[in-house]
Design a protein around this ligand. Structure first.
Ligand code: EPU
Length: 427
């Protein structure tokens, strides 16, 4: 089992370049299935979730070819299969976007119930509600979600909850539906706008992405395109917090500062300095950290995917901070790991009370999910001693070259492989 070994404390200093957005790529790659022709996608993050998506597309009959380390050419002209293999689909959340795209392309799709991080119940009722409103039949059988429609017809759909996944999936299913589809109470995350821009560059007619209401005029044909994915807002935010936690000074390049506003605001309140440039931000911290209250909300609120990292920071701040999780039922499982390192945090349901300041100390810890794992890693860089982090595959699902990027900033981190225990042969 591979581990990260981190020697702390070490202030992060220097420059880091942010990769393409995981959650945008996770929607755009399945969307290439809608094209009549080749798509070239630039700024692809080199992370394991995306590798799984490429495998799925190949299994379905698509040709996927890396042109360089962050550019892929995808040709789905000869796609044959509307059934996504169970083993691959269950590895990740975004496999469910293949329901929307295959339904549009093949009039049917079967995808296993999706995997992804465990934050309690992760229903997909709003996806199904949207598909059914467009005229599809939906059934769940032996762990597979099956959708079918002879014809998709535009509809007026009001989402009962603000859901990134449902907004994206129903957009994918309605882009070629006959007539007009109006989606209300939509999620507004930057990657929703990115997907709409990608689809429009293929010839779709989607307006309003990034607002509550998205209007889609169904088109007959979508052509191939060349498109560059936006930078990853959460990867950028993670390096911003890491710079502040370690008392460092980091220039974070290839970002869209507007997407980082909610994070910048909380970091400044906590005592960090943030300077914004056209496509970079510089974060440094010299003084003491101060308490801040925060509640995660759908965009443009404070992103839930930054909650564990900010909690790791607030444990070091003077005073009591209240962190409220407003999106997921159970996203504080990592708190036990931070406590092992010396944090004083009590959790009651969706609220964490963080009493600072603590001094992090090295301890054996594990990543319980992607952002939880990176929060522990951030704490380890501020901790005295040598921290070993297990289950690092969670972290590598979402952060490209994280070890190399952190070493470039002066962190003392390396990856180990545990020697396999070989038992003597039975006599
Ligand atoms: N919800 C429903 N019904 C649905 C769908 C969602 O009740 O049909 C509820 C969920 O239970 C949750 C809330 O709505 O309480 C929001 O869920 P959403 O659908 O927005 O989340 P998601 O699409 O499954 C994406 C990201 C997550 C990120 C959330 C919220 C991807 C692949 N995943 O998940 O990213 O936390 O949006 O911003 O895009 C991560 O990157 O670490 C990550 C977990």
């Amino acid at each position: 089992m591979e581990k990260f070994v981190v020697e702390g404390p070490a202030p992060l200093q220097g420059e880091v370049t942010i990769s393409g957005a995981k959650n945008a790529a996770a929607a755009i790659i399945p969307a290439t299935i809608l094209a009549q022709g080749k798509c070239i996608i630039e700024n692809i993050p080199n992370i394991s979730d995306i590798t799984v998506l490429f495998k799925i597309l190949r299994e379905l009959g698509a040709q996927v070819r890396m042109l360089d380390k962050s550019t892929v050419e995808i040709d789905t002209s000869y796609l044959t299969e509307p059934v996504v293999p169970y083993d691959l689909a269950r590895c990740m959340r975004a496999s469910y976007y293949l329901l929307g795209t295959l339904l549009t392309r093949c009039n049917q799709a079967s995808v296993s119930m999706p995997g992804g991080c465990n934050f309690g119940v992760r229903p997909i009722d709003q996806h199904m509600k949207g598909f059914e409103a467009l005229g599809a039949s939906v059934s769940i059988d032996s762990g597979m979600i099956n959708v079918h429609a002879d014809m998709l017809l535009g509809a007026h759909i009001y989402f009962d909850v603000v859901s990134v996944g449902a907004t994206i999936n129903v957009m994918l299913a309605s882009v070629k539906a006959k007539g007009i589809t109006i989606l209300e109470n939509c999620a507004k995350e930057p990657h929703i706008v990115d997907l709409a821009n990608f689809l429009n560059s293929m010839g779709a007619d989607i307006r309003g992405a990034g607002t509550d209401v998205i209007k889609i005029h169904g088109v007959d044909l979508l052509h191939g395109t060349t498109y560059s994915i936006i930078p990853d807002q959460i990867e950028a935010g993670t390096y911003m917090v890491a710079a502040a936690v370690t008392g460092g000074d980091v220039l974070i390049k290839n970002v869209i500062p507007k997407h980082l506003e909610a994070i910048t605001e909380k970091l400044e309140k906590a005592g960090a300095q943030v300077e914004e440039y056209d496509d970079s931000v510089r974060v440094c911290r010299t003084g003491k950290l101060k308490k801040v209250n925060l509640k995660t909300m759908p965009h443009p609120g404070f992103p839930t995917d930054m909650q564990p990292q900010m909690t790791a920071l607030l444990a070091l701040a003077n005073g009591t901070s209240i962190v409220t999780e407003g999106v997921w039922d159970n996203r504080f499982r990592y708190v036990d790991e931070l406590r092992r390192m010396g944090a004083h945090i009590q959790v009651d349901g969706k609220v964490a009370v963080v009493e600072g300041p603590c001094q992090y100390k090295a301890a054996p810890v594990r990543a319980v999910d992607l952002r939880a794992g990176v929060a522990v890693l951030i704490a380890a860089m501020a901790a005295e001693g040598r921290t070993e982090i297990e289950n690092i595959e969670y972290i590598e699902r979402g952060y490209e070259n994280i070890v190399e990027k952190l070493i470039g900033l002066g962190a003392k981190i390396h990856r180990t492989v545990e020697p396999k225990i070989t038992l003597p042969e039975a006599l």
